[in-house]
Design a protein around this ligand. Structure first.
Ligand SMILES: [Zn+2]
Length: 98
């Protein structure tokens, strides 16, 4: 999991999850109050992961052979991809000159 670039304080899983959930909001280190912005590449990776099943709807529907099962799969997929996103997300310190 990501650490603060300034004081090496470890970000909590919940803090990152909260940031992702609120639309990739910057994270403020709970220890030194330094703001960290998400790195665009990791936003792209986690968003792609989230929408991935949308590219394979036909295959997924065929595989599960019922709409109900496919919907269950999508729900699990969303929970899964949001759940692992804190491990993928990387943040970088934002300069205070703003
Ligand atoms: Zn810190």
């Amino acid at each position: 999991m990501q650490r603060c670039e300034k004081c090496k304080n470890k970000f909590k899983y919940g803090e990152i999850l909260n940031s992702v959930w609120k639309g990739y909001k910057p994270i403020k280190c709970s220890h030194c109050k330094t703001n960290h912005s998400p790195i665009t590449l990791t936003i792209i990776i986690t968003s792609l992961l989230l929408v991935m099943p949308a590219f394979f709807t036909k295959g997924i529907n065929n595989y599960f052979s019922s709409t109900f099962n496919s919907i269950i799969f999508y729900i699990f997929w969303v929970v899964f991809s949001v759940g692992i996103s804190p491990m993928i997300m990387r943040y970088t310190m934002t300069k205070k000159s703003k």
